[in-house]
Design a protein around this ligand. Structure first.
Ligand SMILES: Cc1ncc(C[n+]2csc(CCOP(=O)(O)OP(=O)(O)O)c2C)c(N)n1
Ligand code: SF4
Ligand SMILES: [Mg+2]
Length: 281
């Protein structure tokens, strides 16, 4: 167990009081503390958004990259050093709008990366525009008459693209969220954990009260991908949270013979790049 003090950084989070991100941060630190993976072997990557600031407040390695590009960073890191535990965090705008293509390919690659999406169904950092997961009819500054777009369902997208682990958590239930994070981190392959995250400042529809009336726990993962997809479609008066699908399949990295013996960073360099750099001058 990593003592939780070891995971603290100097700064304090600057999210709005009551933001669901606090619950997610607490759950993440508890999950990492209980899993006991050496801190030096954990990397968080993120993009841009309120949610994407989370690596600032967890004392592990981190790369806070560009908006929508958190997953390619994680993929590069895994390919260079497949011994690291790589977790990507970010928002629904980051992952399901700007980063949609990366999300689809992440789901089908089955690379050993954990993707925790803080899904507040709104663009928080840029002050409240509609997002791909906003409910139809959602009123924002950019949709004053209500959004006319159908909401995207991230779990169905990931499962349709081949994801081997898909789960949904709720920031208002930290102990359950921590357990889901632990399961995602221990899963061998790509794992999506979509986290329902109240944004108390810009989303006055999907509030703690709204979620608390609706969320209920799935006891066990569904048996087949198709059953998981059907269950993931349930969204309205009742919203299931838990692990929808968990399948043990060969990972992307397992299929690469060059990673069998050692990671790329352990390889002796075959080319002296000094000469190449000279030629580029
Ligand atoms: C390439 C690029 N496009 C757009 C932006 C502006 N931008 C910054 S954060 C953001 C959306 C944030 O929403 P989300 O990812 O859901 O995160 P949240 O703040 O809600 O946690 C946008 C559009 C940017 N920084 N870079
Ligand atoms: S704007 Fe919303 S998501 Fe961002 S910190 Fe405030 S409550 Fe949280
Ligand atoms: Mg958001």
């Amino acid at each position: 167990m990593i003592p939780s003090i070891e995971l603290e950084t100097k700064g304090l989070p600057n999210w709005c009081p009551g933001c669901g991100n606090y619950g997610i941060l607490t759950a993440l630190k508890q999950a990492l503390s209980e899993l006991d993976i050496p801190q030096k072997d954990i990397v968080l990557t993120s993009g841009i958004g309120c949610s994407s600031k989370i690596p600032h407040w967890v004392r592990v390695y981190a790369y806070n990259g560009l908006h929508g590009r958190a997953l390619p960073l994680a993929e590069g890191i895994r390919l260079a050093n497949n011994k690291l535990t790589v977790i990507t965090c970010g928002g629904d705008g980051d992952g399901y709008a700007e980063g949609t293509a990366h999300f689809i390919h992440f789901s089908r690659y089955n690379m050993n990366i954990k993707y925790f999406v803080h899904d507040n169904q709104v663009y928080g950092l840029t002050k409240g525009q509609v997002s791909p997961t906003s409910d139809e009819g959602f009123v924002t500054k950019t949709t004053p008459f209500g959004s006319v777009e159908k909401a995207l369902n991230p779990l169905i997208m990931a499962l349709s693209a081949g994801a081997t682990f898909a789960a949904r958590g709720y920031a208002g239930n930290v102990s359950q969220l921590k357990e889901l994070m632990k399961k995602a981190i221990m899963h061998k392959g790509s794992a999506l954990l979509d986290i329902l995250q109240p944004c108390v400042t810009f989303n006055h529809k999907n509030t703690y009260e709204w979620y608390s009336k609706r969320v209920y726990e799935l006891e066990t993962p569904l048996k087949t991908r198709n059953e998981a997809i059907s269950k993931a479609a349930e969204w309205g008066e009742k919203i299931p949270v838990g692990v929808f699908f968990d399948s043990d399949e060969e990972t992307y990295e397992d299929k690469l013979p060059q990673l069998k013996e050692k990671s790329l960073i352990e390889e002796e360099p075959k080319t002296d790049i000094k000469q190449l750099l000279k030629e580029l001058k």
